[in-house]
Design a protein around this ligand. Structure first.
Ligand SMILES: [Mn+2]
Length: 333
């Protein structure tokens, strides 16, 4: 098991970390509106008395009723729409990659990484599609976000949009399990509010895909209007679709959306924004994680047996160390 300092040189104590967070509040329009009283009022707005019962049910891989999913999505929208495009999170935190509707891998994540809310989690998107339990997987994560908004952080992946999830699994699964597309629509409206990136202790940036030729600074990400379906090009598309490449500069991605970015681009972005590492998913590796660009970028996937009997991995980050934990379910769930 590898352990190596990721946040070396960063020695924030709790009060400094708090100050850092407050400084960033001032520079972020969205974050400024998130004060304790407005959040409390929002939570009072539509309190969900059944949330504990729903979470218990969802942990057993059962679906909620259609009207309950509507309530769940409305409530989550209240919370997520107040989050910045760059959510600020502290360590210790456990980072998870693509789940692709593998509900039993999500349970394995909690078994391996620690129960929610005992462990602080950052999920890098792609909760849905391909696997057979997209509804259960994303419903549980949304319910946990409502119950523990400060302990569960959910970013948007490239599958959390209409064009992709209509074709790659979620839409058909909703129709199969609910008899119509209503639940798919509730999820789509909610996904438009998911934040795009997360900044861990000011030094590690979490994103689903990667970098963009349209973005040089974190403030440029903060200024994006993210409440829309994932565009087919431009900065939001790139954040959700791009990949690290073995070339210099940016080239158009072979995926048909986003860009491939070279190690020189990563180094420049990290220097300009005082970052150490970009942590992303969007790529399956047989070991569950892979470093790129001389350990400036790390890809993590958390769905096992997805391609070539691959392992799933999660990354535990603490102030001075990172550790990868990997697992593989004995049979495809
Ligand atoms: Mn992806």
């Amino acid at each position: 098991m590898r352990s190596k300092p990721l946040l070396k040189g960063l020695s924030l104590n709790h009060s400094q970390a708090h100050l850092l967070e407050c400084d960033n509040c001032v520079t972020s329009r969205e974050y400024r509106s998130l004060n304790s009283s407005s959040l409390a009022m929002a939570q009072e707005g539509t309190s969900i008395s059944d949330i504990d019962k729903w979470i218990e049910k969802l942990y057993t891989c059962q679906i909620l009723e259609e009207k309950e999913v509507k309530q769940l999505c409305d409530k989550a929208k209240e919370i997520l729409s107040k989050e910045s495009n760059v959510i600020e999170v502290n360590s210790p935190i456990t980072v998870c990659g693509d789940l692709f509707g593998h509900f039993h891998d999500l349970l394995e994540v909690f078994k391996t990484g620690g129960k929610c809310p005992d462990t602080n989690y950052l999920f890098l998107g792609n909760y849905i599609d391909r696997g057979t339990h997209s509804v259960e997987t994303v419903s549980l994560l949304i319910a946990l976000k409502i119950k523990h908004p400060d302990r569960v952080n959910l970013l948007r992946g490239n599958h959390e949009c209409r064009q992709i999830s209509k074709v790659y699994g979620l839409y058909d699964e909703c129709v199969k399990k609910y008899g119509n597309g209503n639940v798919w629509n509730f999820f789509m409206d909610l996904f438009d509010h998911f934040p795009l990136t997360a900044l861990i202790e000011g030094r590690i940036l979490g994103v689903h895909g990667g970098l963009s030729p349209s973005i040089e600074t974190l403030d440029e990400i903060r200024d994006l209007n993210r409440v829309q379906d994932v565009p087919v090009e431009g900065p939001i598309c790139d954040l959700l679709w791009s990949d690290p490449g073995e070339h210099e500069g940016f080239v158009k991605s072979a995926r048909g959306a986003g860009h491939s970015f070279g190690a020189d681009i990563t180094a420049k972005f990290h220097l300009k924004n005082d970052l150490k590492v970009l942590t992303r998913s969007h790529k399956v590796d047989v070991d569950g994680h892979r470093w790129h660009h001389g350990k400036q970028v790390v890809s993590i996937n958390s769905a096992s047996n997805f391609e070539h009997d691959n392992y799933a991995a999660i990354m535990q980050l603490d102030a001075q160390v990172h550790k990868f934990l990997k697992f593989k379910l004995s049979a495809v769930a």
